[in-house]
Each structure stands twice: as C-alpha cells, then as structure tokens.
Design a protein around this ligand. Structure first.
Ligand SMILES: Cc1cc2nc3c(=O)[nH]c(=O)nc-3n(C[C@H](O)[C@H](O)[C@H](O)COP(=O)(O)O)c2cc1C
Length: 397
C-alpha cells in the first residue's frame, strides 16, 4: 500500500485510512481504542466505524411492486440505531426481471423513490451511512423465497414468475427454467437500467452505491468461464468476460457524484475447478479501481450450483486480504464473523478495512453497541443514540 504516493486525493485518503488500520495493528490493544470504531473515509463520506450491515434480501415486498414498506423501515433503521457504520440495503433490482424473487425491492421506476427516501432519512438521522446494493439477478431471477416457497427453484408465472434473461440460456440448475441469453442491445439496456437506478438512488438520498457483482447474479454470470460461453465481445477471454462489469461500473460512476463512493461486491471464487478464482478477482479489482470503484466487498460462491463451500469462521477473510494487498484497494470482509474480538483481530492484522456482520445482526441489531462494551470502548465514544446512553452497557443506575 505504501508505494501509492501519486494517487488522487480521494484514493490517497482511503489509502491513509487503510494504512492506519495496519499501523495501529502493531500497537498493543491496551494503548489504542478498538479499530472497529475508527472512522473510515471514502471520497468525501466518513463512516463512523468499520462495522457495516451487509446486504441481506428480506424478500418482503409482498405487493410485488418493489417498494419498501414499514417492515423495511424498522429493519434498517433499528440497525442504524444499533450503531452500524453503514447500512447496505438488500439486493435492489434495476428492472422487474432483475429481481431475485417476486418479493424483491426495486428502483426501476420513479414511484419507488419516495418509499426509499423515508428509510434513507431514518438511517441518516441515526448516524449511519445509507448505501444501496443494485442488482440484476439474470438467470437466478424469478426464484423462490421464504414466504412464497419455490426455494432454490423457479417460480411459475401463475405465482408471479417470469422468463429470465442471462449471460446464456443455461439455467442455474435443473430446478430452474431455462434462461434466455441476452443480445448485445439488451445488455446495453441493462447497463442503462443500472445507471437510471443509481440516479433514483441519489434522488432518494443514498450516499453510496454497491453494485452487486457476486453470488451468480447477472454480472458474475458474465465473469465466470464455467457459465459464460458466449462467442461475442462479452465472452471468451478475461477481457471480454469482465466487459459487462466494467460497463456497469462506468455507467453508475458516470452519474454518481464525484465526491461519493461506488463500491462493488464480488465473489472472489466460485469454489469450482477451472472457474472464477482469486487470481481473476485480483485482476478484476485492479481494473475496477481504474474505473473509479472505491472499495471491493469480498464474498464468495453462489455462481455454480452444487459446489462444496468450506464455510467456517473467517473463511472468506483470506480472499479479502489478497485483494486488499494485490489490488491495493480497501476491502470489506464478511462471512461467519460473529464475535467482537474476532472482528477486531481481522482489522488488527490488516486483513480488511471493514468487517460486515450479517446473520448475527439479524438476531442482534445492537451488535456494534455490544462490541463496543466488550472491547472496552467508553460509552461516550460508542455509537449510542443520545436517547439510549442512559441504558449503555455498564450503566448501573
Ligand atoms: C437472509 C439473507 C439474505 C441475503 N441477501 C443478500 C443480498 O441481497 N445481497 C448480497 O450480496 N448478499 C446477501 N446475503 C449474504 C450476506 O450479505 C452475507 O454475505 C452472508 O450472510 C455471510 O455473512 P454472515 O455470516 O455474517 O451472515 C444474504 C444473506 C442472508 C442470510
């Protein structure tokens, strides 16, 4: 990271921050406050800490109109009150066919903006940064979810399903209906849909966009050589397979304000022999950096059906660490990180810049407040809403 002296101001700020994590990692725990609670700045946006809520689809737009409801307000704002530095919303579709399930949220029309602004305001008032994950599900769209059924299978038209489009015609697995490979003209329409959804996200007040390039959804369908057998300029060579990801990055970056960050989530490996891997992920991250992407949210898997994923605590951290050091970009890490000391150690060892807490935050919206107490941070430094300080951990009366 130290070799990067000639960067523009924005990147330099981020680098400084990444350095800070590494440097402080060498100090004794007793002499410094927890790194999890160090602010982080990307472009002009300062996150109050490095504990972020990752995108988690709630599959709860039961009216099938893509609009968030009071459930979503409570879900996101309670976690902002719970002290998270950023709230990354669930996969939000850029077009109706881009939904994972019929109950996904969306930003494909202007009518959806108002319901989002209400949530964005609540998140901001609670001190967290609101970020939206924009997605096109491709061949994994029109699939089931809790509340609807058809889990890991296609939803039939009579239950709200649709003909999916993808990088190719091949379905995700035999439980899915065949997809329809996109023409180059349709690819451009989807690039435009990402751009328009980003514009709407800004109107709603979001400060950061995360492009969903992971988990076997459309962008990663183009990336993976085991999925993408196209013979045009979007298939074959590495340069061709990453073309769609870069076009989406350019389209979003092109309309997103220069002083606000755009990040991308990728699957660093598909866990399959001969498929998408960490080497290609590092090269993709380097390319994304040149296209104005400010951070990589490093996940894995979801691309190839039926592979074995060796999930255990920290199992995705080595991928984040590799991208951080080789592509020289800030990274988030995620996946079975549940304990404050575990999360703190990842930062102390300089393996990531941010830690995301997913399922553990579904059972404990106040995870950051509990972590602050566990790591010995004074309650006045912890991200308590002012109204809650009297109930801070350690308060006797
Ligand atoms: C209910 C649920 C929904 C999820 N939806 C999304 C999503 O919309 N977008 C995404 O990128 N990842 C999604 N994920 C993956 C999470 O962001 C996270 O990477 C994963 O749960 C691992 O982190 P954890 O062990 O802390 O939960 C989802 C996970 C869960 C449990």
């Amino acid at each position: 990271m130290a070799k990067n002296k000639k960067k523009n101001n924005t990147t330099q700020k981020t680098q400084d921050s990444a350095h800070k994590v590494k440097k402080q990692g060498n100090q004794s725990a007793a002499s410094s406050s927890p790194l999890l609670f160090e602010p982080l700045t990307l472009r002009s946006v300062t996150f109050r800490n490095r504990i972020w809520l990752p995108p988690m689809d709630m599959y709860s737009a039961f009216a099938q109109d893509g609009k968030p409801t009071s459930f979503h307000y409570q879900h996101y704002v309670s976690r902002a009150l719970g002290g998270f530095g950023a709230i990354l919303t669930e996969a939000t579709a850029v077009s109706p066919e881009g939904r994972i399930s019929p109950y996904d949220l969306g930003l494909w029309n202007d009518d959806q903006i108002g319901a989002w602004s209400w949530i964005v305001d609540g998140i901001k008032q609670s001190g967290a940064i609101p970020a939206i994950q924009l997605n096109h599900a491709g061949r994994k769209g029109s699939s089931g979810c809790s509340g609807l059924g058809y889990i890991n299978a296609s939803v039939p038209p009579e239950a709200g399903g649709w003909q999916t489009v993808g990088a190719t015609d091949t379905p995700y697995n035999n439980n899915f209906a065949p997809s329809r490979g996109l023409s180059t003209q349709e690819i451009q329409q989807i690039v435009d849909a990402f751009k328009n959804a980003a514009l709407r996200a800004r109107t709603a007040g979001f400060d950061m966009v995360e492009i969903h390039g992971a988990h076997g959804y459309l962008i990663s369908q183009f990336l993976d050589p085991l999925i993408n057998n196209r013979t045009d300029e979007y298939g074959g060579s590495f340069t061709n397979r990453i073309r769609f990801a870069l076009e989406v990055a350019d389209a979003v970056r092109g309309v997103w304000p220069d002083d606000l960050p755009v990040i991308m989530r990728i699957s660093a490996t598909d866990w399959a022999e001969g498929g998408w891997d960490i080497y290609q992920s590092v090269e993709l991250a380097k390319a994304l950096k040149k296209h104005g992407i400010d951070m990589i949210d490093v996940s894995t898997g979801g691309m190839i059906s039926g592979v074995t994923i060796p999930s255990r605590p920290n199992y995705q951290v080595p991928f984040a660490q590799e991208i951080r050091s080789k592509a020289d970009l800030p990274v988030t890490t995620v996946g079975l990180i549940t304990k404050p000391k575990q999360a703190e150690k990842i930062l102390e060892e300089g393996r990531a810049d941010v830690v995301e807490i997913g399922r553990a935050a579904l059972r404990d919206p106040y995870w950051p407040l509990r972590a602050a107490a566990k790591l010995g941070l004074d309650k006045h430094q912890a991200p308590y809403p002012v109204q809650y300080v009297r109930g801070a951990y350690g308060t006797r009366r």
